[in-house]
Every structure is written in structure tokens, then in C-alpha cells.
Design a protein around this ligand. Structure first.
Ligand code: AMP
Length: 395
């Protein structure tokens, strides 16, 4: 169901309480090392400013565990945001209370007040009703632009919606449109390439996608369990023995639905899990005892490339190997390049795949890069995200 957004309501002169994801990575000295998330909030803030809203902005930062922690103050975020927006963004002394209410009430149209870290209060993650009510006192309208935290029912993502008219921000809207159309009516053929460490964390996604894709490509550590389920020896590779039956069931389901399922046909193997291990490239049925698969091999890269070519839509989630270690980064880099060079609608979700893309400077060549790791995964599993469900439907 499409959600109402800031564009569907009158915000002129109103206090608009915006939940954004300003949880940007920081250096030792607190300064922002990657401002992607901050820049991503600009369209909504810009829209609200030009339409005369008085903006009260809120976010969590890090994991202060429910108490004030000087390392997680919002000041460095406000400094970077001020630079990005070309407007001074002051920080309130707290995120609730009479003093903060007075500051919110005194805002002029177009001005922005950033609240102090929501997670300085344990009531935020507990979705405490009283805390949500206190937040709601700061606005006339609530806008959620934080897709990345929408899978958690917290006071600032769910609780507050019980007390204010609640709509989506432009970033949230774009995310829902993009991921929604991927799941509901993708351009075909639709291929998904899924990697990462474990089958257990991707099982629900694999099941949900099987209903929708034409080709399913599995790489990364999770391929070990699928290979073993096919009767191959995988040496010391990552293996989840209790998921062998689940892997077999996915293979059977794919065959029944006419979904092409591809696994690696060769691999980069190592005699230990380390950057200075001895390595070899072997066909997938020749992994010796004592060795482990840490990346896909060159033949697999070619075959995955062939399987992806001709696709109209490609979804990628999860690295193809232990990409954090240079000798095993090649497969993940190759997949990033395949997607960047493809003419298909390309969607990449999940922290590691996004990091790999950004590391190669390829993010701008992708149709949609979904920033919300856990939220993106849950959406792709077909789950209802509480922070999304709580927003008003478009009539
Ligand atoms: P996930 O969070 O499930 O997407 O998993 C990401 C992690 O999977 C990364 O830290 C990778 O190092 C790891 N990974 C990918 N391929 C392998 C592999 N063949 N063996 C062990 N770990 C892997």
C-alpha cells in the first residue's frame, strides 16, 4: 500500500518532527568520516525548508545504551549537516523536556533544530509510550525518513505515530517505491545474486525471492552449505550442517519453479583464514581436506556474468568471498563491476555489498543503493516493517 508523504500534506508554518538516520561513521576525534547518510536526508529537509516548515530533526547515533555518553553527542553531526545544508543547525540539550519544547516552539519557518541523541534514553528502544508522547509534543506532524531503522519498533519510529499525523519522507518514499516494485513487478528476466557468510541469515530472503526471480545465484560462505548438500566435499569451508536439508529444499523448489540456480564452479581456497594464507584456485569438486573456500574463482565469475547478462533486473546482497582480506576480494569486486556495467535495473542492498561498491567508486553506476542493511533484508523477506506500517496509507 503506497504511503502518504510530505508532498501530500500542508507543512507551511507547522512544526515537523523528522526521524532521519544520521548515524554516520565517525573518526576517533568524533568528526564524520562518511557523510553519505547525512547527504541522503537533504531532499526531505530541502522540501520542508522551501515549504515553510519549522523542522525538528531527530536520530540515534551509535550505541550509548540508554544513557548519556559524551562519545555519541550529536554536535559533530550537526556541524557536518550545517555544512551540507548551508544553514546553521543547532543541537538541543536533550531530545525531550520543557526546554526542548520551548526551542521547538520558537523555530522560524525554514529553521532546523537537531535533537540530542535519542538513545541517551533507554525508553527510545523500549518504545515507551510516555517517551513517545514527549517526542510528539515537539511537532504537529511526524515524518519518517529513516528506512534503515524502520524494522525496529522504537519510540521515534513507531510509538510517536500514535500521537501525530504520520507520513513518509522523500528518502523513505524512494526506498519503498524501489524495493516495492522489485518485489511486486520487476522487469524480467529478474536475477538475484546473494552472498554473505551464512545461509541461516539469508534463508528467509532466499525463500521469498524464489517466488519472484528467474535466476538465483548463490556465492559467499553460504555456498559451502549448498555445495555440501549437493554431495561435494568442502574441506574446512564454512558449513551449517543443520541447514543441509533447507539447502536441498531450496534447490528442489527452484527446480520446480523453473528458477535457474547457480553455485560456484571453482573457488579460491586457502589453508587458513588469513590474508597471508597459502591460496590456490581449484574446480569446486576438488577442495582438499584442511583447505577452505574463501572466494569464488575466475570461471565462476565468467559464469555468473553470463547468467546475469540479458537480465532486466538484478538484485545483489552479500559479498562473494571474504572481501575484507585482499586475496579474497576479487569475486566481490567482479560482481560489483558486473552490476555497474549492466544495463539492467540494478539494486544493491546490505552493508557489505554497498561498502564494496563504494570502495570501487561504483555506487553511482547502480540504479538504487539501499542503505538500510537489516531493514532492507527484512523487506526482501516480505516482512512488514513496523516503522513503515505505522505511516498513513495514501487514500
Ligand atoms: P553477511 O553479513 O551475511 O552478508 O556476511 C558478510 C560476511 O561474509 C563478510 O564479512 C565476509 O567476509 C563473509 N564471507 C563471505 N564469503 C565467505 C566465505 N567463503 N567464508 C567465510 N566467510 C565469508
Amino acid at each position: 500500500m503506497p504511503k502518504r508523504s510530505v508532498r501530500d500534506i500542508d507543512v507551511n508554518g507547522k512544526r515537523v518532527l523528522v526521524r532521519a538516520d544520521l548515524n554516520a561513521p565517525q573518526r576517533e576525534d568524533g568528526s564524520v568520516s562518511d557523510d553519505t547518510r547525512l547527504r541522503a536526508t537533504r531532499p526531505t529537509l530541502q522540501y520542508l525548508r522551501t515549504h515553510g516548515a519549522r523542522i525538528v530533526l531527530m536520530s540515534h547515533l551509535g550505541r550509548p545504551k540508554g544513557k548519556v555518553d559524551e562519545r555519541f553527542r550529536m554536535a559533530p553531526i550537526a556541524a557536518k549537516l550545517s555544512e551540507i545544508l548551508g544553514q546553521h543547525v543547532p543541537v538541543a540539550p536533550d531530545c525531550i523536556g520543557p526546554e526542548v519544547e520551548a526551542l521547538a516552539n520558537n523555530l522560524e519557518p525554514g529553521q532546523i533544530l537537531l535533537l540530542e541523541n535519542l538513545r541517551f534514553h533507554k525508553e527510545e528502544e523500549a518504545n515507551d509510550e510516555g517517551f513517545a508522547k514527549s517526542l510528539a509534543k515537539l511537532g504537529d506532524i511526524y515524518v519518517n525518513d529513516a528506512f534503515g531503522t524502520a524494522h525496529r519498533a522504537h519510540a521515534s519510529t513507531e510509538g510517536v505515530t500514535h500521537f501525530l499525523p504520520s507520513v513518509a519522507g522523500l528518502l523513505m518514499l524512494a526506498e519503498l517505491d524501489m524495493l516495492g516494485s522489485l518485489i511486486e513487478n520487476p522487469r524480467r528476466p529478474f536475477a538475484a545474486i546473494i552472498g554473505g557468510a551464512k545461509v541461516s541469515s539469508k534463508l528467509a530472503v532466499l525463500k521469498h525471492l524464489l517466488d519472484r526471480v528467474d535466476t538465483l545465484i548463490i556465492g559467499g560462505g553460504m555456498a559451502g552449505t549448498f555445495l555440501k548438500a549437493r554431495g561435494l566435499e568442502v574441506g574446512d569451508s564454512l558449513l551449517e550442517p543443520d541447514l543441509l536439508d533447507a539447502a536441498k529444499a531450496i534447490e528442489a523448489d527452484a527446480a520446480q519453479r523453473n528458477v535457474r540456480l547457480l553455485l560456484p564452479t571453482d573457488a579460491v581456497i586457502a589453508d587458513q583464514f588469513s590474508a597471508d594464507a597459502n591460496t590456490r584456485v581449484v574446480p569446486i569438486n576438488e577442495v582438499p581436506a584442511g583447505w577452505q573456500i574463501l572466494d569464488i574463482g575466475p570461471e565462476t565469475i565468467r559464469e555468473f556474468g553470463n547468467a546475469l547478462s540479458g537480465s532486466e533486473t538484478i538484485l545483489w546482497n552479500g559479498p562473494m568471498g571474504v572481501f575484507e582480506l585482499e586475496p579474497f576480494a576479487n569475486g566481490t569486486r567482479a560482481v560489483a563491476t558486473l552490476l555497474a556495467e549492466s544495463n539492467a535495473v540494478t539494486v544493491v542492498g546490505g552493508g557489505d555489498s554497498v561498502a564494496a561498491l563504494e570502495g570501487q567508486g561504483l555506487a553511482s553506476k547502480i540504479t538504487h543503493v539501499s542503505p538500510g542493511g537489516g531493514a532492507t533484508l527484512e523487506f526482501l523477506e516480505g516482512k512488514v516493517l513496523p516503522g513503515v506500517a505505522a505511516l498513513e496509507d495514501r487514500p
